[in-house]
Design a binder for this molecule. Sequence first.
Ligand code: BJW
Length: 232
Amino acid sequence: MNDSRSIVILTGAGISAESGLATFRGPGGLWEGHRVEDVCTPEALAADPDLVHRFYDLRRGALAGVHPNAAHQALARLDEAWKGDLLIVTQNVDDLHERAGARRLVHMHGELTSAFCAACGNRVRWPDPLPPGSACVACHQPALRPDIVFFGEMPYGMEKIEEALSGCDLFVSIGTSGAVYPAAGFVQLARSYGADTLELNLEPSAGSHLFGESRFGPATSLVPAWVDELLK
Ligand code: BJW
């Protein structure tokens, strides 16, 4: 593929699995010990803020012990080298893409290292534990919460993502089950604009049949090999 062309890359929990972060829906998944409705809706946050804040404090704390793997590094290499438009859209709330060096990146489901003010909407970098009732630095209300997109909330960056999808020549989905919308619908949107589509996953996902090409195996093998092919 000519390197002036436009690529959108969607990543999910599978790309961080080999760094030691649990996926959501596999065996031993992140939510085996937690019901999703206990931790991942605005209603659950309102009902038990201590539980939800503690859950995200633990995951934020775990980031220090994990490192970007060969798949994150390969995408950062592609981001650096690719002259055409490129956007990495991650559903992950970890910071492994940016620690690998990726720049053209959107965190559509929020970030563990950020806090969001439910009163004024301000977002602020927050690398530390976040007790419920912490005060917002902008409006001073005790309304800071984890900067995470819960079910029923609008993901971040949708305008930018839809614009990138509408102009892309290639859409690549890496390590995501295709169980959560709107991300699960990106492949169909990209196809409707005429893009080629490629899935890289450990095993076929729910939407595998929607992709023009699928390759199965661990992300740390598949992604560097695909990036090498593209940059050759
Ligand atoms: C490997 C690997 C290796 C493993 N190498 N691969 C009914 C129908 C349709 C939609 C809806 C509906 N009812 C409600 C909705 C909407 C709802 C939704 O989709 N619900 C579904 C349950 C049906 N969505 C929303 O509410 C979203 N907002 C929304 O829709 O707003 C309205 C709107 C939007 C846009 C336009 C207009 C209106 C918000 C969704 C928020 C999701 N939040 C979470 C939690 C984030 C915080 C946290 O981390 O705790 O995001 S849920 C969770 O799932 C997380 C993930 O980002 C997301 C996706 O999971 P992912 O990444 O795919 O992980 P897994 O575990 O599912 O899959 C891992 C994959 O990796 C597997 O395929 C493995 O094979 C693979 N793998 N090891 C390669 N080594």
